[in-house]
Every structure is written in C-alpha cells, then in structure tokens.
Design a protein around this ligand. Sequence first.
Ligand SMILES: C[S@@+](CC[C@H](N)C(=O)[O-])C[C@H]1O[C@@H](n2cnc3c(N)ncnc32)[C@H](O)[C@@H]1O
Length: 287
Amino acid sequence: MNVAAWLAKAESFLEEREVPEARASAEFLLGDVLGVGRASAASRGLQDLSEKQGYRFWRHVKERGRRLPIAYILGWQPFLGLRIEVTRDSLIPRPETEELVIECERLIQASQVPAPKIVEIGTGTGCVAIALAQLIPSATVFATDVSDQALALAQKNAIALHSHQRIRFVREDLFSGRPGLRGWADLLVSNPPYIPTADLDDLEPEVLMEPRLALDGGKDGLVAIRAIVAVAPKMLKPGGFLALEIESRQGPAVSQLLHAAGFEGVLIKKDASGRDRIAVARVVENA
Ligand SMILES: C[S@@+](CC[C@H](N)C(=O)[O-])C[C@H]1O[C@@H](n2cnc3c(N)ncnc32)[C@H](O)[C@@H]1O
C-alpha cells in the first residue's frame, strides 16, 4: 500500500476516534517511520511502505487512537531546537516554556553577571535547565525535582545534549528550600504545577496522560507558586531574579503575591497568544 492510502486509512481511523487534527497526527507519525519531516512524508503519496514500515506506522496510529500524545509515541519533543527525550514520567515541553527560557536569557544578559548561577525548581525532562546551560555558556545550573524518574530522564537528556557538566540534578522538594543554596542564585526559574485541581478533569485526554504531579497546582492552582515565592528570597542573591511560568488567569494573583513578599520590578508578561504567562520579579535584599 502506498503512502497516500496509508495516510487516508489512518486519518479516517483517527477521525472515528475523535482525535483532533487527525490528518496532521498521521503525517507526523509517518514522518517518524520514514525518518523525514511531516511535510516530506505527506508529499510521498506514491511511495510504498515496506511491511516493517507499515507495521510500525499502524502501531503508532493505534496508540494515537488511544489519545496518547505524539511526543509520547515518538519518545521526544523539540524544545528550542533541542531534541528532548520524553517519557510518561515527565511533562511534555511546551512552546510557552520556550518563551520562559528566552526571558531568562534576556534577564541574565541584561544583568551582565559574569558566571551566573541558576536554580530551576521542577525540572521534569530537564528542558529548561539544559536550554539555559546552552544559551548561557558561563552559567552553572542547579535543577531539582521530586520525581526520581524525571530526574533520571533529565540527567539522560543533559548527557545526550552535552550539558551535564554544568547542571547538577538533585531530588529536592520545593517546599523545603535548600539551606546550602542560601543567597546562591542569580536567577531562580520554575514552570511549576499550576492547574487548579478542579480543572484537571476538564483537560484534553492527551494532557491527562501526563503526570499529575507536573500539573496539579492544588485548590487554586497557586500552591507551588506560593511555596516558590516564599523560598526564592532565601535562595537568591540581592538583585537576583525570579521567573515563573503561570496559568493565564493567575497574573493578578501572582503579581500580588510577589509584591506582598517584597519583590521589586514585578512584571507579568504575555505569551505569543497574548495571554498572561510569565511572572518576573527581582529581590532587593536577602530574607
Ligand atoms: C509543569 S512541570 C515542568 C517540567 C519542566 N520544567 C518543563 O517546563 O517542561 C513541573 C515539575 O515540577 C515537579 N514538582 C512537583 N512538585 C514538586 C515539588 N514539591 N518540588 C519539586 N518539584 C516538584 C514535577 O515532578 C514536574 O516535573
């Protein structure tokens, strides 16, 4: 059977199962099987798939039919041009988080600190820590998570992307703070779990396949953010920055939390879709 026929069959199979963007999903999955991009796969209509390719493609399509996200099926997700391995132990890196990283790079460049020290809370796949280590070659990064599986994956990604020598991955609960890092960091960055618990059930089936630990922000979605705002002044140097990814409705509440904690220069920045997404603030004195 040729590519055009396989794609048509996959599209109708996925449509029957109400998979969003069925055609695009099929093209991505076929691209992986052929070792090419989505557009190139779609343009090979008359090319026949070998038996092995057809078997592999259809196994992917059946997984997608069960609403498994494409990144989990393929086992990786691009993030700022990096190939980040993902498993079901980790959140799939999002484009909004690429914007968080770019904002962090901007803050560090503007502050002109020669060898910046960065702490990331909740590293997941390690995508933020690794991208920052690559964008800021003079930086040292200390990245935490409470999930051993996520930390093992982050370490694996850092090794694969040759960044492991400048990142230390540590199992650490953000609620504890870390006495050894008192006044250590020039930047504390986090994309914490921030979805209100009651909203979790309304999420797309794909998102519900991601670890709850990475999503659930407690009753109002702000439990982890409050904890980070409380520990950040202890971990940051005077003048150090805090940068947080937030949910689009949390801008005013997070701004209030940061002001109440004594931060200066509080800014809520919008993402590419025009929604509140990143909170930035600066510590004036150590707590
Ligand atoms: C939204 S995910 C972010 C993952 C990754 N940094 C990214 O941006 O794609 C939040 C991460 O925080 C971790 N986490 C949850 N509770 C935590 C806690 N109390 N202390 C440290 N990390 C925690 C989760 O395991 C998860 O990896």
